[in-house]
Write a protein that binds this ligand. Structure first.
Ligand code: PLP
Length: 456
């Protein structure tokens, strides 16, 4: 007999049987969700009432009339109005797949553990397992888990600022999004997100790669960087960057663009922080910096969304002094278990690599959208993005028209979202762990029909 009571508990046959029963029931019911379905007229009034109550409690309506029932099947979800929709946005990149038995099984394992939330004084052995996994796949030395992408970014900035004290300026790319705390809203390049907030940090913006000017773009960005370094000598602590801009509009850049800037940053001992909160697990590698061969330059990385837990990963050279980083909550036990599961599935179920499913799905969706752009050049430009992040520009990026299109698309059964400003794009973050090629074809047909109808 094991000397650990928990080991006997988790191996108890009754748990195995109960779990199997739950998963059998889940599969039986979730497998009935097979295709897009309109809302039920019978549920219309009660659904509207729920949405109104939600808006009242929140102080503002939800962006989409989306209240899920808690049951889905892969890329499909059931809403409380009786409709079934393709979820092509995954809660802005959070979900791997709806009602996926392997994930529900992992979260049951988490739910059986003694505490709901782990944290500063209450870590259990599975947190260690996750930390080991994250450092192994990232090549970083240390990891601190936290409850939101914003908290992971705050921790990253604190680590960088402490290491490079008294340097206090931050570098970031134009159009970046890094989060919504007061500091992060100062860095996020969107004026509307910081209305009424104090200015707490000095940020210098470097233009991101411009696809319309491939010849001069790198030179220009490098020149702007050098000017800032000259204007504020020895004052920059860290440059934070997304390698594929998410909220900014799904822009990517060639490897050489990043390498030139990173070389310059290294010359000045400026810490390089990569924000992988939207890109983690979506680029074809675990991390976009691995996909683009930039691992030698990276000092700190933040992850969130698809990883279920949020975390700051960093090199030992910048390990902060005691007292700087700590949290009552790091993550829920269920999120820790599902995080481990998703990280393993990414590798074991052939999602990663040049011939992996992420690039395969990207290729299918991209080819369909390219065909659409050729057929309707006045309606569609693009596609843009990389891996599991895909966007196109409908209606020349006119915000009002793109919003009408996306809301209509939602009613017709596909959920996407906006990205970027001027042009505003329609973007998709596919639920990679559950989507099939068939889903992409079917979802695309709905996108095409909606686009044509909205243009009339
Ligand atoms: C690139 C990037 N960084 C940071 C964040 C902030 O993450 P969270 O909303 O979990 O605080 C987001 C969220 O959309 C993001 O896309």
């Amino acid at each position: 007999m094991s000397d650990l009571l928990a080991k006997t508990f988790f191996n108890d046959l009754r748990l195995k049987k109960a779990k199997q029963l739950l998963l059998d029931a889940l599969q039986e019911h979730s497998s009935k969700i097979v295709c897009v379905k309109p809302s039920s007229s019978r549920l219309k009034t009660s659904y509207k009432k729920l949405l109104d109550q939600f808006a009242k409690k929140r102080g503002a309506p939800l962006w989409y009339p989306y209240l899920s029932t808690g049951l889905g099947n892969g890329a499909l979800i059931e809403l409380a109005d009786g409709s079934i929709k393709y979820d092509f946005i995954s809660g802005i990149g959070v979900h791997w797949s709806h009602s996926k038995p392997s994930l529900i099984s992992a979260s049951i394992d988490g739910a059986l553990q003694d505490v709901i939330m782990q944290g500063n004084l209450q870590q259990n052995v599975r947190s260690l397992e996750l930390s080991q996994l994250l450092t192994k796949i990232s090549g970083m030395d240390h990891v601190v888990v936290s409850t939101s992408g914003a908290m992971a970014a705050e921790n990253a900035l604190k680590i960088a600022l402490q290491k490079n004290h008294p340097k206090q300026r931050i570098l970031a790319f134009s159009n970046c999004f890094i989060g919504r705390t007061i500091t992060l809203a100062n860095i996020t390049d969107k004026a509307a997100n910081r209305v009424g907030l104090p200015s707490v940090i000095d940020v210098d913006y470097i233009p991101f790669y411009d696809h319309n000017k491939p010849e001069t773009s790198l030179k220009h960005s490098l020149c702007v960087l050098k000017k800032y370094l000259e204007r504020y000598p020895n004052q920059h602590s860290v440059m934070c960057m997304e390698l594929i801009q998410g909220e900014g509009g799904y822009y990517k850049a060639p490897k050489e663009f990043f390498i030139s800037l990173m070389e310059e940053l290294k010359k000045h001992n400026i810490i390089i922080m990569i924000d992988e909160i939207q890109t983690f697990g979506r680029s074809g590698s675990y991390f976009a910096y691995q996909e683009f061969g930039l691992q030698d330059y990276v000092d700190i990385v933040t992850i969130g969304k698809l990883s279920q837990v949020c975390a700051t990963l960093f090199k030992k050279e910048i390990n902060p002094k005691p007292g700087l980083i700590s949290q009552t909550f790091t993550s829920s036990s269920a999120a820790i278990e599902t995080s481990i599961k998703i990280i393993n599935e990414l590798k074991d179920d052939s999602y990663l690599g040049k011939n992996g499913k992420i690039h395969e799905y990207h290729h299918i969706f991209k080819t369909l959208l390219e065909g659409l752009a050729i057929e309707y050049p006045h309606l569609v430009e693009g596609p843009y993005g990389y891996g599991g992040m895909i966007a196109f520009t409908p209606f020349k990026g006119d915000k009002d028209k793109v919003l009408i299109f996306l809301k209509e698309l939602f009613i017709n059964g596909v959920i996407g979202f906006i990205a970027g400003r001027n042009p505003v794009r329609a973007r998709f973050l596919l639920p990679l762990g559950g989507i099939t090629k068939e889903d992409i074809y079917k979802g695309f047909e709905i996108i095409k029909k909606t686009l044509i109808n909205t243009s009339k």
